[in-house]
Write a protein that binds this ligand. Structure first.
Ligand SMILES: NC(=O)c1ccc[n+]([C@@H]2O[C@H](COP(=O)([O-])OP(=O)(O)OC[C@H]3O[C@@H](n4cnc5c(N)ncnc54)[C@H](OP(=O)(O)O)[C@@H]3O)[C@@H](O)[C@H]2O)c1
Length: 364
């Protein structure tokens, strides 16, 4: 490692890594995508202890040059042979790629941190938000799953409430950004906005779900469908939120219902969340629990119109909480507004935090 990076690491006070001498060979699959680019950014910014970094994509982007700290890395096509000598492999190239290549990476001795939904509900795969259930990492068998972006920010905010006051029920409505559906959806929102402002017809090819039969414009619109429809009239995104929340929070009896909506917002998901606690508590006690929660920021003052918004949360690592109110009918009921950057805490940052926790606890 060169002197400049050693000095940066020293001045940043990154003593966790310095205490652990080992340097890791790291691969990022999907490195050219919306999430993959951010993973590479946080690996660099947080000075993750990297010996060799391999950036992988499909054939389309193979050959692209990416600057990483003081090196230039050429993106390679991901194949079954890409993982020789890799210690940690980050996957964010879609479920089918993880299904095919993550077991290959594990066979070669790598620990996989997977951003797709493919392994999330597998009982042998820990599903982890480091502020909520880091202990689940101890039992990993090679693959660790990063939860759905909307789930991560909600469980992070509700964990201190569950710990202090118990949690019986969650009803959530989401207001999700287009970047949650990848770069193609971001480009579609830009193009449709330009088309509409030029008085042209808006073309829709990506949303609400690339693989579904019909597509609708997202610009100047709201789509009450994220991913395809599944059982009982819920979408797959809604089932992900309901099932993943129970698994991460370790309570199969927790009542969770979700309605997921896409909005013409580029980045950061917002959520209107209703909860019922086990015990009767005050709004101030809920606010205090949020204030003390790891990775949380309370932004809640109606007198000064202080509350989080997608624009104010973008590019930040924290989960922001505001608009906390007691329900007018249910003595244990509360409403709140939870906002976080879906590409940061909802994906790349949580993934890098998982890897940092593995390194810190020497379980990689
Ligand atoms: N966006 C979010 O908020 C978010 C949050 C959590 C999880 N996720 C999940 O993370 C995954 C990636 O999402 P994204 O938003 O980053 O998508 P994206 O912007 O569309 O990027 C997809 C990436 O996968 C690569 N890829 C595609 N086909 C491949 C193949 N056959 N072999 C190897 N690499 C291939 C692409 O490479 P090319 O450049 O060569 O096309 C690109 O690097 C998805 O499973 C998504 O559900 C996304």
């Amino acid at each position: 490692m060169n002197l400049r990076i050693r000095l940066r690491r020293f001045w940043k006070g990154n003593f966790n890594y310095m205490a652990n001498e080992k340097q890791y060979n790291v691969a990022v699959v999907g490195a050219t995508g919306a999430v993959g680019q951010k993973i590479v950014h946080y690996l660099s910014e947080n000075l993750f202890p990297i010996n060799e970094l391999k950036l992988l994509s499909s054939k389309r982007s193979a050959g692209t040059k990416v600057n990483f700290q003081d090196r230039e890395i050429t993106v390679e096509e991901a194949t079954v042979d890409s993982f020789k000598n890799i210690d940690i492999a980050f996957f964010s190239a879609g479920g089918s790629i993880s299904e095919k290549l993550a077991p290959e990476a594990v066979k070669h001795g790598a620990v996989v941190v997977d951003n797709t939904s493919h392994f999330r509900m597998d009982e042998n795969v820990p599903l982890v938000v480091p502020e909520v259930n880091p202990e689940h990492l101890e039992n990993h068998q090679g693959i660790i799953a990063n939860p759905n972006c909307s789930t991560i920010q909600m469980v992070a905010a509700l964990k201190p409430i569950q710990d202090k006051f118990g949690l019986k029920r969650i009803i959530v409505s989401t207001y999700q950004a287009v970047s949650g559906a990848g770069l193609a959806a971001e480009q579609e929102l830009t193009k449709q906005t330009e088309q509409r402002l030029a008085g042209e017809e808006m073309e829709a090819n990506v949303l609400p779900a690339g693989s579904d039969k019909r597509h609708f414009p997202i610009a100047f619109n709201a789509l009450p469908q994220i991913d395809v429809f599944d059982e009982d009239g819920y979408t797959k995104e809604e089932w992900k939120m309901m099932n993943e929340t129970k698994k991460i929070m370790g309570d199969a009896n927790l009542q969770v219902a979700a309605t997921c909506v896409r909005l013409p917002v580029f980045t950061s998901h917002s959520e209107s969340v209703y909860i019922e606690t086990d015990y009767e508590v005050s709004v101030d006690e809920i606010k205090e629990a949020i204030k003390q929660g790891e990775g949380l920021m309370l932004e809640d003052d109606p007198a000064t119109q202080t509350y989080p918004t997608p624009l104010s949360a973008t590019d930040k690592k924290e989960v922001f909480v505001g608009r906390i109110r007691k329900d007018v009918d249910h003595k244990n009921g509360f409403h709140m507004w939870i906002v976080s950057d879906n590409l940061v805490k909802g994906a790349a940052w949580n993934t890098v935090q998982i890897a940092e926790t593995l390194v810190k606890n020497k379980i990689v």
